[in-house]
Design a protein around this ligand. Structure first.
Ligand code: PNS
Length: 165
């Protein structure tokens, strides 16, 4: 059984996240999308709202071969991965600028849990500049984010921020 976790803030989930999930499906039997419970970072969406959004957009990429579930966690990613019985942590890399931060996290996670490997997947170049932070900023300032986040996520942002369509 090849089980992986895909941890992140997902505030909100983007098409870049979905692209990474789609690419990880053929590699694992089971993937747990692990939403970080990070109230101290003052997220736009609660951990429940983020988890629900992911559950609702998952059908956009599911192909039936891999079991994908959504869970949330607090504390260390490495601890959550061990508790979940995962042997891999999936992370997406968009550009070289992601590499240094991701390398530090991967090495620290390996030190904490030597049996768990971090697997880096490259997002489609179409999403190489897409981040949750940028999406929120552009959306709040009235810019177009269609095609970069799922329609459902855009609707939830509109509701949350009381933005007119
Ligand atoms: O989507 P993000 O914000 O890039 O995800 C970052 C995340 C959640 C993977 C990272 O902040 C994390 O693992 N946080 C949990 C605390 C932890 O394990 N920190 C040490 C990492 S080496």
């Amino acid at each position: 059984m090849r089980r992986a976790i895909f941890p992140g803030s997902f505030d909100p989930p983007t098409n870049g996240h979905l692209d990474i999930i789609k690419r990880s499906l053929p590699l694992f039997d089971e993937i747990i999308i692990a939403v970080l419970n990070n109230p101290d970072k003052n997220p736009l969406f609660s951990v429940e709202e983020r988890s629900d959004m992911i559950r609702e957009i998952l059908p956009l990429v599911m192909n039936g071969g891999c079991d994908v579930t959504v869970d949330s966690f607090s504390g260390l990613t490495a601890d959550f991965a061990r508790r979940s019985g995962a042997t891999a942590i999936v992370r997406g890399i968009r550009a070289v600028s992601d590499y240094e931060y991701e390398l530090r996290m991967a090495l620290m996670n390996r030190r904490l849990e030597p049996s768990i490997e971090t697997v880096f997947l490259m997002a489609d170049e179409e999403y190489s500049y897409v981040s949750s932070t940028l999406m929120k900023q552009v959306f709040m300032l009235g810019g177009r984010v269609a095609g970069l986040i799922p329609e459902l996520v855009e609707a939830r942002m509109r509701d949350k921020l009381k933005v007119q369509p």
